[in-house]
Design a protein around this ligand. Structure first.
Ligand code: ZN
Length: 75
């Protein structure tokens, strides 16, 4: 199957994504997906108790969703 830039391709999470780059040996493609993905869960300082020294601040987790992520996929 011949793929080219602009074709639709499934992102790793199964959404409809668009091919934005193809490697010269056609073994890797980059696809950009317009759907939201969970990027990472980042530990952030909880600033609700600002009187505590920084290292004693409780940490809270924040989920970060990213749109238009680009994935490299081996084909
Ligand atoms: Zn996706």
């Amino acid at each position: 199957m011949e793929l080219k830039v602009g074709d639709s391709f499934k992102c790793p999470e199964g959404h409809e994504a668009t091919i934005v780059w193809i490697s010269e040996d056609k073994k890797v493609v980059a696809v950009r997906c317009p759907q939201k993905h969970l990027g990472k869960v980042r530990k952030v300082a909880d600033h609700t108790k600002p009187t505590l020294p920084y290292r004693h601040q409780p940490m809270t987790e924040r989920q970060i969703y990213l749109k238009n992520m680009v994935f490299l996929i081996e084909i």
